[in-house]
Design a protein around this ligand. Structure first.
Ligand code: DX5
Ligand code: ZN
Length: 219
């Protein structure tokens, strides 16, 4: 039921292949891939060429988090590069529904994300269409930030709302997730946990195992 998605943003890019092999061997469920454009968020990370390269060395599920303005412009390219799921930001799309439908047409899973200040009402037009809602637990742009507690309340609210409307999306959280808070975020209703720093700092294999034990899905 619970899934761990290590974010490669926190990896050592000089040893990226090796570190992905480690998270895979340790039993991580998905690989979280943060794409930043320097416009929607202040920072720039990496794009299709990196995804294409790592696609060749692993069969892991690629969970691509697009922190870019008007992602509709690049959806085909991200699918070609190897994405299994594409998450777009509600705040970054002029036409959110059209963007979500286009991802679905391309035959991959689709997610929608909201920043800490965005209410769950922003999801209304797509909440019955998406496979995943990503509740940001920090302001997107950088790894290594502290989780904002109010965002956990938003997870509780979203889980209740999902039940009320009978939707089937999973709830993912991203930002500042670590061993000290993953359990309470799971209790709030989150099912998929992104973790960058908490996985890639220190011993990767034991970090992944500790995470999975903490939420009760040890391999
Ligand atoms: C933040 C990114 C996150 C980030 C998480 O903008 O979307 O995926 O890499 O990193 P940590 O787990 O270090 O907060
Ligand atoms: Zn992310």
């Amino acid at each position: 039921m619970f899934k761990l998605a290590p974010s490669i943003l926190a990896a050592d890019f000089a040893r990226l292949g090796e570190q992905i092999a480690q998270v895979e061997a340790a039993g991580a469920d998905e690989l979280h891939i943060d794409v930043m454009d320097g416009m929607f968020v202040p920072s720039i990370s990496f794009g299709m060429p990196v995804i294409e390269s790592v696609r060749k060395i692993t069969k892991m599920f690629f969970d691509v988090h697009l922190m870019i303005m008007e992602p509709v412009r690049y959806l085909e390219e991200f699918v070609k590069a190897g994405a299994d799921s594409i998450t777009v930001h509600a705040e970054a799309c002029e036409n959110l529904k059209e963007t979500v439908l286009k991802v679905k047409d391309l035959g991959v899973r689709v997610g929608v994300s909201i920043k800490p200040d965005t209410p769950i009402s922003a999801l209304a037009e797509v909440e019955q269409l998406v496979d995943r809602v990503l509740v940001m637990t920090v302001n997107p742009g950088f790894g290594g930030q502290k989780l904002i507690p109010e965002c956990v309340e938003k997870v509780t609210e979203l889980a209740a709302h999902r039940k009320q409307i009978g939707a089937t999306f999973d709830i993912q959280v991203d930002g500042g997730i670590g061993l000290s808070n993953v359990k309470s975020v799971a209790e709030a209703g989150a099912e998929v946990f992104v973790a960058g720093t908490a996985v890639f700092r220190g011993d990767i294999i034991s970090n992944v195992k500790a995470f999975k034990e903490e939420v009760g899905v040890a391999d």
